[in-house]
Design a protein around this ligand. Structure first.
Ligand SMILES: [Zn+2]
Length: 89
């Protein structure tokens, strides 16, 4: 009985909460082929999850396209020099 339930659980397709929980791993390609194909087939049938993944993907792309705000080399030293100079005046 229990093993039968387990089989059922294994075979059933993914639900919306599972798809959304796995969405970021799915985009990173961190999931096994079996799981990601389950997600793909869910997305084909479920407009809400398709939109969720699309939005998430667009957000990730936007963030990775943004220039990284790193400080120029030596900036910290110049800043502290200036600060200590001003303090001495
Ligand atoms: Zn869904």
């Amino acid at each position: 009985m229990i093993s039968r339930l387990f089989q059922l659980f294994k075979k059933r397709s993914l639900g919306c909460p599972e798809v959304r929980a796995l969405a970021s791993d799915f985009m990173d390609g961190d999931l096994s082929k079996r799981v990601s194909s389950k997600i793909e087939s869910h997305i084909e049938l479920c407009a809400a999850c398709a939109a969720f993944v699309r939005t998430m993907r667009a957000t990730v792309q936007m963030l990775s396209a943004m220039p990284r705000s790193t400080l120029p080399p030596g900036f910290g030293e110049r800043l502290s020099e200036r600060l200590s100079g001003e303090r001495g005046q």
